[in-house]
Design a protein around this ligand. Structure first.
Ligand code: DGL
Length: 280
């Protein structure tokens, strides 16, 4: 069991920020990744849709035999984490708790901002997680529709992204926060742009880093780290355009990866892409 891969899912390429951290912190672990790019963004969808898509992706990873599931998507974590913990007999780790803890450790003024998709912000999951650890902390939440699409398009162009990000974050300027949680796994790719808008006084929290730390702690504590000296094999699946996914993935992860098109809604012999698009 301990040599099985870690299953990681996201609505698209955002979860690769978690993979990159897993590789950095746990270089001997194998990763099985599923990015549901054809249905991305999840953040503007109903809870019911988010639940259906997330569990289909998690079931797919689980059925292939993984030792742990990581929901590398804040939106899916907000809507599905508790249910997922009940559903599978392997540990399930989300991205919200780890990000909230890191923000509490970082803030000096006890005032933290959270940006995320509409669904994540509407769920109130970050304020709940923050208040669970620190009742008195002040939280300013802001939904940033449009950011995910910017990231899914590929390499960020500062001149294209800056006006969009500046307009969205207007309400955070002068809000008094000293720490901002990037409450969407796509957002670390906009970190430079966000920092340019908010300035040096606001520390950005990348929940991917903290999530990988949680994975590492759990595997170590439960003697579930991979053993052996062979190089781990990583497999990437996307329901979207595999070439685009590979281009983005290689740029972010810094090494060549194989990506296979696979849609969890397809049946053997079905014309996968068309069929999956019909379900959107
Ligand atoms: N990466 C996902 C998250 O962390 C969301 C993107 C989406 O809206 O699909 O929330």
């Amino acid at each position: 069991m301990r040599n099985k891969p870690i299953g990681v899912m996201d609505s698209g390429v955002g979860g690769l920020t978690v993979v990159s951290e897993l590789w950095r912190q746990l270089p001997r672990e194998a990763v099985l990744f599923y990015g549901d790019s054809v249905r991305c963004p999840y953040g503007d969808r109903s809870d019911d849709e988010i639940r259906r898509f997330t569990f289909k992706a998690l079931d797919f990873l689980y059925e292939q035999g993984v030792k742990m599931l990581v929901i590398a998507c804040n939106t899916a974590t907000a809507v599905c984490l508790e249910e997922a913990k009940e559903r599978y007999d392997v540990p399930v780790i989300g991205v919200i708790g780890p990000g909230a803890r890191a923000a509490i450790a970082a803030t000096e003024v006890q005032k933290v901002g959270v940006i995320g998709t509409r669904a994540t912000i509407k769920s109130n999951s970050y304020p709940k997680a923050l208040h669970l650890t620190h009742r008195g902390i002040n939280v300013v939440s802001l939904a940033c529709p449009g950011f995910v699409e910017l990231v899914e398009k590929g390499p960020i162009q500062m001149d294209e992204a800056l006006p969009i990000v500046a307009t969205s974050l207007q309400d955070l300027k002068g809000s008094g926060i000293d720490t901002l949680i990037l409450g969407c796994t796509h957002y670390p790719h906009l970190a430079k742009v966000i920092a340019a808008v908010l300035g040096n006084g606001v520390r950005l929290i990348n929940s991917a880093e903290e999530t990988a730390r949680d994975v590492s702690h759990w595997l170590t504590e439960h003697a579930m780290t991979r053993v052996g000296l062979d190089v781990p094999e990583h497999i990437f699946y996307t329901s979207g355009d595999a070439i685009r996914f590979r281009t983005i993935g290689e740029a972010w992860l810094g090494k060549s990866i194989d990506v296979q098109f696979f849609d969890v809604w397809s049946e053997p012999g079905e014309p996968t892409k068309e069929w999956s698009c019909a379900l959107r």
